[in-house]
Design a protein around this ligand. Structure first.
Ligand SMILES: [Zn+2]
Length: 248
């Protein structure tokens, strides 16, 4: 199971979502399947344990086993029901492309959770700014696109820098709401690294709002979760917001 940390200190701005369905994890007999259909080593049981356990945990899940053939047939029926025949040459393969595209959007790529001991006792902010973010809103199944700013004040472990982007992708590749996505990234870092503080800000354009519905072209939704000292210490919070380019 994805490890869900307990209630974090200074629980943040977004209500927890106890109704969140955990992403199904492979059982002992199931390999992790990559979006490209290749299979990778199944993570050892409990491999989402804390980063400080010693071995490098491999993080990888599949959103259930995608049944592409069934998804393709359903996509064809969906298009037909909307009055879009798929008989022409250019539309003939569209249902299959739809199925594969959504399967890809809902399959995070496995990655190794590389952490290092914080031997230097570095206690200043570590921040990755403007991490590209692509997800799918779970209400309309339309893309949301934006950026995430993810930072933490280190405790005993520091995380390989590229992993901040991988964590964002890990939680983005599933049907999402932005508030939960923001919270999950922060909670996960809190649970894995036990840092002094965590800050996550997500800014995204939701195409369900900009391409249809209210047609709020150009509007971006901003959500944030601050934990620990980044929530409680006004100076640390201000520094995070300033470095993230969000101070007014
Ligand atoms: Zn939506």
């Amino acid at each position: 199971m994805l490890q869900r940390p307990g209630p974090a200190p200074g629980a943040g701005t977004v209500p927890r979502t106890p109704s969140l369905r955990p992403v199904p994890r492979p059982t002992a007999d199931e390999p992790v399947v990559r979006p490209d259909g290749g299979s990778v080593d199944r993570p050892a049981a409990g491999s989402l344990g804390r980063a400080s356990d010693g071995a490098v945990p491999r993080v990888g899940v599949v959103a259930g086993r995608a049944d592409l053939a069934t998804a393709e047939r359903a996509a064809a029926r969906f298009l037909h029901a909307l009055g879009i025949p798929t008989t022409s040459e250019s539309l003939r393969d569209t249902p299959g492309r739809m199925a594969r595209a959504y399967a890809e959007l809902f399959s995070p790529r496995p990655f190794d959770l590389t952490t290092f001991p914080n031997d230097e006792g570095y206690d200043e902010l570590v921040l990755a700014r403007s991490i590209p973010l692509r997800s799918v809103c779970e209400h309309h199944l339309l893309p949301l696109v934006g950026t995430a700013h993810v930072g933490y004040l280190p405790g005993g472990r520091i995380l390989g820098l590229s992993k901040l982007a991988r964590v964002v992708e890990f939680f983005a590749r599933r049907p999402q709401v932005q508030e939960r996505l923001t919270r999950q990234i922060a909670d996960w870092l809190q649970g894995q690294l036990e840092p002094a503080g965590v800050g996550v800000v997500v800014e995204a354009e939701h195409t369900c709002m900009t391409l249809r519905g209210v047609l709020a072209t150009g509007s971006r939704t901003v959500t944030s979760t601050l934990l620990g000292s980044l929530r409680e210490d006004a100076r640390a919070r201000a520094e995070f917001m300033m470095l993230a380019g969000l101070s007014r």
